[in-house]
Ligand binder design. Structure first.
Ligand SMILES: Cc1ncc(COP(=O)(O)O)c(C=O)c1O
Length: 411
């Protein structure tokens, strides 16, 4: 019998068990059997407190508790409610609004924005360009709709952003295809924690400007899922105006998510926000993306749209949410620092890290290293090029202890 009974493979490789969920389940079983203090579960992509409990912003939860039934029971318009569309632009851009024609379409998390961007701005068979270190579901999202992922090397030999490889791969794809979608996950990239500097951005913009001279459409999707956990909100938004400087055949799309920002992971809300050179291109963006939404998930849940709109209509409440998030962000940044300092002390090479939920350790056989660590009740995620540690889900003390143990497992 083949791999499938009734289902059609449609060119996809579908594992029987999601690798990350599988490891995470084994970690949970180990915790149930041996106790939390005996196990390190560094697999989870959500912010947990030092006791391993999900952090939910109290200020956001208070808004939730005051909702009326119609706030969550009623359908939302396909593209999102008007107050949400306004609020999400403020949330995503802050004081750094790019120049251009801006439209927002609500999506179920950042995932929905990625899916809608790929489906509307590439063709079946096309390759989507992103970095070699990347969030694995990009492959799934692209593969589900008949596209695939091509990669450039994120870092060069000097551990700096590899602008030259980015340019080479973008040029190569633009020669082969009629259009190009580029995904850059920054700041606080998953899985490395790298944030593009303004200098790196300069190289990206230069490459796209050069590539655009051929006249083919280019879409630059900035996956900003972790933007509010990278550091100072203002500092980390300084690159945004650059998106408004690109030529007419380039469309920038910011994929903004409420999952991490508002700790509303399960409410499935985000938005794709475009920055276009003309009103016609922005109108087209709205039209095609709303059409795609209708044909996949229809409308996005109203509940988180109402919550974000309430937060942005009340400056005092917004300040409370920002302040509460900043406290947890500082906790997260301290964990990341503890890990990178301990790695430097024991001579463990990590991929250049700035901030965010994850740190990555490059190694030749990630599956073997992860297996060895599991034997010591340390659960981490093996990727294609290394091991991913979720500093978001383990206490600072564990972040300090892990690097020498990972180094020993690699020996
Ligand atoms: C890099 C990256 N992009 C996008 C997302 C999208 O998450 P969501 O759909 O919950 O907004 C995630 C979530 O883990 C992520 O890590």
């Amino acid at each position: 019998m083949g791999e499938f009974i009734l289902a059609r493979p449609n060119g996809r490789k579908i594992p029987r068990e999601d690798k990350i969920f599988g490891i995470s389940n084994r970690a949970k079983a180990a915790i149930a059997e041996k106790g939390r203090d005996k196990v390190v579960n560094g697999t989870i992509g959500a912010l947990l407190d030092d006791e391993g409990k999900l952090i939910v912003l109290k200020s956001v939860d208070e808004v939730y508790r005051q909702l009326a039934p119609t706030d969550y029971a009623e359908y939302a318009p396909i593209g999102g409610t008007m107050p949400f569309k306004e609020a999400v632009q403020k949330a995503a851009f802050g004081d750094h609004v790019p120049e251009g024609f801006i439209e927002a379409v609500a999506t179920p998390g950042g995932t929905g924005s990625l899916r809608n961007t790929i489906s509307n701005y590439s063709e079946p068979g096309d390759q989507i360009l992103t970095s070699d270190w990347h969030w694995a579901p990009y492959n799934t999202i692209a593969g589900e709709i008949g596209r695939s992922i091509a990669t450039f090397e994120l870092f060069d030999a000097d551990r700096k952003f590899n602008g030259a490889d980015f340019a080479a791969k973008a040029t190569e794809l633009l020669k082969k295809q009629d259009s190009l979608v580029i995904i850059l996950n920054t700041p606080a990239h998953n899985p490395t924690g790298y944030s593009l500097t303004l200098g790196d951005w300069g190289k990206v913009i230069e490459t796209i400007e050069e590539g655009a001279k051929g006249g083919k459409p280019i879409v630059l999707l900035v996956d900003a899922a972790y933007i509010d956990f990278a550091g100072d909100e203002d500092e980390y938004r300084k690159f945004l105006p650059l998106l408004g400087t690109l030529p007419e055949n380039v469309l920038s799309i910011v994929a903004y998510s409420l999952s991490k920002t508002c700790t509303l992971y399960g409410a499935r809300c985000g938005a794709m926000i475009c920055v276009a050179k003309t009103q016609e291109i922005a109108d087209e963006f709205k039209r095609v993306c709303e059409f795609s939404s209708r044909g996949s998930w229809s409308n996005t849940a109203r509940i988180a749209q109402v919550i974000l709109s309430r937060i942005y209509s009340d400056p005092e409440l917004l300040a409370k949410v920002d302040e509460e998030r900043a406290g947890y962000r500082n906790m997260l940044l301290a964990r990341g620092r503890a890990f990178s300092e301990a790695a430097a002390e024991c001579g463990l090479e990590i991929v250049p890290f700035d901030a965010g939920f994850f740190v990555s350790v490059p190694c030749p056989d990630p599956d073997a290293v992860s297996k060895k660590l599991e034997e010591q009740d340390i659960f981490l995620v093996p990727l294609a090029k290394g091991i991913r540690v979720s500093v978001a889900s383990i206490p600072e003390e564990a972040c300090r202890k892990l690097p020498p143990l990972i180094k020993a497992a690699m020996a």
